[in-house]
Design a protein around this ligand. Structure first.
Ligand SMILES: Cc1ncc(COP(=O)(O)O)c(C=O)c1O
Length: 383
């Protein structure tokens, strides 16, 4: 046991009781999250309305910690309960009467954002969905063919949730920008697992959240908005926390500068505090270290899957893959339930298969255990 990252295991109580291979869906809770939530309750109980004196700067601080993680300047990140709402706010600024209407996404995007796009078709948006016949990858040429001078925006999932395929955000962003389109990236599947700096990307907005690789629990999503373009955006989905001066209670809508204009109403402080513990751990561990480890254990998962003749739905090249490996075979759904019953936490997605992932806290034994259970299901010994 010479992997120094394994020392973090004590900080995550669930790792004592389960083989935790599901951080692509919900990261394990750090022990210290309890203390951050207790701070919230103490302030609310003891200070009542005066708690806002601490909570307001805290919300800004949390956004700036996210900015630090994703390579964004301070003040360029806005927080919300979930990505879908932030994306709705962004669409409400992009879709304008008489303007461009075509938005390009793929049938492998996370469905919640596709639902938002479909919802906006009632208000004139034209959704162009790139078909992905293999159910796992999106060829760059398909983006080249789909994006043209009528395109309002592209919506690119950095990591595909069904397969772990990593998209080439640089190339897609550049080809979209050449056509004058806005570039929106959903990085929920990669933040905290695949290193990136949003300022190195040709991107106008990048969305993500805390409950996966950031071990932050639900309710703490965020959106980076390119500071050079944020002030062009006038979201129709607006609220007082997105006003330049919320406590002026002005009757006119004067947007806050930058990303903050997307804040809408009162922030969910408790979720943001709960999310802080995991964020601090990931910042300390470093996303590069997470990446090295999840790539190595991912390769081991692929070896084990091959030894059982399971179909590997994820790219075999670790550079083209998020931290997740997806395997499929007849009966995979029931096998996933069996794994969970045996304390090996994974998940199953229809049209994809069983999704497994290793984080910085994963012990190699957990991976071996998962495939031993699968081996018993498919009735072949693990080589
Ligand atoms: C790519 C991607 N985007 C977004 C989400 C979540 O969206 P929301 O924050 O709206 O629940 C997920 C999964 O939870 C995801 O995998």
């Amino acid at each position: 046991m010479d992997d120094p990252l394994l020392r973090w295991r004590d900080e995550f109580p669930i790792l004592q009781r389960t083989a935790y291979l599901v951080s692509h869906s919900m990261g394990a809770m750090p022990r210290s999250a309890r203390g951050w939530v207790a701070r919230y309750l103490d302030a609310w109980e003891g200070e009542g309305v005066r708690a806002w004196e601490a909570w307001e700067p805290y919300v800004r601080e949390h956004a700036d910690r996210i900015a630090l993680l994703i390579g964004a300047p301070g003040g360029s990140v806005v927080l919300h309960q979930n990505v879908s709402t932030l994306f709705g706010g962004l669409l409400s600024a992009l879709v304008r009467p008489g303007g461009r209407r075509k938005v390009v996404a793929t049938e492998l995007n996370f469905p919640s954002l596709l639902y938002a796009l479909r919802g906006w078709t009632a208000l004139g948006l034209q959704l162009h969905l790139i078909r992905c016949p293999d159910g796992a990858t999106v060829p760059l040429d398909a983006w080249r063919e789909a994006v043209d001078g009528h395109t309002l925006a592209v919506v690119v999932d950095h990591g595909i949730f069904r397969s772990g395929f990593l998209q080439d955000v640089e190339s897609i962003g550049e080809l979209a920008r050449r056509q004058g389109a806005w570039v929106v990236v959903d990085a929920y599947q990669t933040v905290g697992c695949v290193p990136f700096r949003v300022q190195d990307w040709p991107a106008d907005a990048v969305l993500g959240g805390s409950h996966k690789w950031l071990c932050g629990g639900p309710g703490a999503a965020w959106m980076y908005v390119n500071p050079e373009r944020a002030d062009e955006l006038a979201p129709a989905l607006a609220g007082w926390f997105g006003h330049r001066d919320p406590f002026a209670f002005d009757l006119e809508l004067e947007y806050a500068p930058g990303a903050a204009r997307f804040a809408t109403g009162t922030p969910g402080v408790a979720s943001l505090l709960a999310a802080r513990a995991g964020l601090e751990v990931v910042l300390q561990v470093g996303v590069q270290a997470v990446r090295r480890k999840s790539q190595a254990l991912g390769q081991r998962m692929i070896e084990l899957a091959d030894s059982l003749d399971l179909e590997v739905r994820s790219p075999r090249d670790p550079e083209r893959r998020t931290g997740m490996v997806v395997v499929d075979f007849p009966g995979a759904e029931e096998a996933a339930r069996e794994l969970v019953r045996q304390g090996v936490l994974v998940d199953y997605r229809p049209g994809a298969g069983i999704r497994l992932s290793a984080h910085f806290y994963t012990h190699p034994h957990e991976v071996e255990t998962a495939f031993e259970v699968l081996g018993r299901r498919v009735r072949r010994p693990v080589r």
